[in-house]
Design a protein around this ligand. Structure first.
Ligand code: F6P
Length: 359
């Protein structure tokens, strides 16, 4: 084991640089070289590699984003390639293997969510030594208690809720905050509880509009003339569908959700005469400096991934279980998404607090 390569794939999130720094610093302790791959699997296909020294990772711990760049577009197994002037999806996975082997890379550390880890699993299945590191603000990866980036995103959403509260209270209004999370309601649930939301709507619990309106009206009767609704982008009405903002055919994640907040706002006004204002928090949840929790978790993941490489443990993802970092087979992490179970303790606490979950 002489040389590791590291890439960041999929949507960025707070803590990516903290992992890269931990990988380079701990690899350096063992005399290992580290190559960075630019722009995720795009750089792996194109052979866009850069050596990472201790100086390169100095000062990056608090920085959001990723010094390596990332993409959620490029899948080497269906890589858009121009043939006779026409772009078409080709399997370029052999190019990736050739590039990695040509650069003398002994193991690939792939920092990603389910899209990038699915791709990583395919390379592991092809026999290349791969170790996955779980990132995503959505916290929707199986086999780990938590992905890094999630806690910071929750904090950002909670701060937005705190700010919306003052305006809601002053204007006696219904304020809706739409947060990210794709098909899982983790961000909405945690931020809603932390930010004192009155209604939390998550994809796992289809909502009933009349129920939401009733709860807002009941609050008004009790003298609370404002309500705060936090809605996950993947929430849907009972018997209805998620709201899709755009489609990106051919990508690992072809569906971009968005717009449910506006829909609920319009529906509450139209059917129940409730005036609402809608805020879509969007990519603010992905940006900025990681909080301490995510810095520590990201650092532990980076260190653990280098240790796993030295132990020759491949085809695995480093994962948090309880307080320990463990190794789980990569396929366990990506076989299915980790959704909020209906017996989740935070969900139970939310209900016990009288928070309306929309059902
Ligand atoms: O997976 C992270 C995430 O931020 C999701 O919460 C969201 O649905 C998606 O990425 C947005 O992706 P994009 O950056 O392509 O708009």
């Amino acid at each position: 084991m002489n040389k590791l390569a590291v890439l960041t794939g999929g949507g960025d999130c707070p803590g990516l640089n903290a992992v890269i720094r931990a990988v380079v610093r701990s690899a350096n302790q063992y005399g290992l070289e580290v190559l960075g791959i630019r722009d995720g699997f795009h750089g792996a296909v194109e052979g866009d590699f850069v050596p990472l020294s201790l100086a390169d990772v100095s000062g990056i711990l608090p920085r959001g984003g990723t010094i390596l760049g990332t993409t959620n577009r490029d899948n080497p197994f269906q890589y858009m390639t121009k043939v006779n002037g026409v772009s078409q999806p080709l399997d370029r996975s052999e190019d990736v293997l050739r590039n990695l082997k040509g650069a003398g890379v002994d193991a690939l550390l792939a920092i990603g969510g389910d899209g990038s880890l699915n791709i990583s699993l395919k390379f592991a299945d092809k026999g290349f030594p791969v170790i996955g590191i779980p990132k995503t603000i959505d916290n929707d990866l199986m086999a780990t208690d938590q992905t890094f980036g999630f806690q910071t995103a929750v904090e950002t959403a909670q701060e937005a809720l705190d700010r919306l509260h003052t305006t809601a209270e002053s204007h006696h209004r219904v304020m809706i905050l739409e947060v990210m999370g794709r098909y899982a309601g983790w961000i909405a649930l945690y931020a809603g509880v932390a930010g004192g939301a009155d209604v939390i709507l998550i994809p796992e619990i289809p909502y009933n509009l009349a129920r939401i309106a009733y709860s807002v009206q009941q609050r008004a009767k009790q003298g609370k003339k404002f309500s705060i609704i936090v809605v996950a982008e993947g929430a849907k009405p009972s018997g209805g569908e998620m709201v899709v903002e755009r489609l990106f055919p051919g990508r690992t994640d072809p569906v971009k959700l968005g717009g449910i907040g506006v829909k609920i706002g319009e529906d509450l006004e139209k059917h129940f005469g409730l005036e609402t204002r809608v805020t879509v928090l969007g990519h603010l949840q992905r940006g900025g400096s990681p909080n301490s929790y995510d810095r520590v978790l990201a650092t532990r993941y980076g260190v653990a991934a280098v240790d796993a490489a030295l132990e020759g443990k491949f085809g695995i993802m480093v994962a948090l279980q309880g307080r320990e970092i463990v190794h789980v087979p990569l396929h366990q992490a990506v076989d299915q998404l980790k959704l909020v179970p209906l017996n989740d303790p935070i969900l139970i606490a939310a209900r016990a607090m009288g928070i309306e979950m929309g059902d």
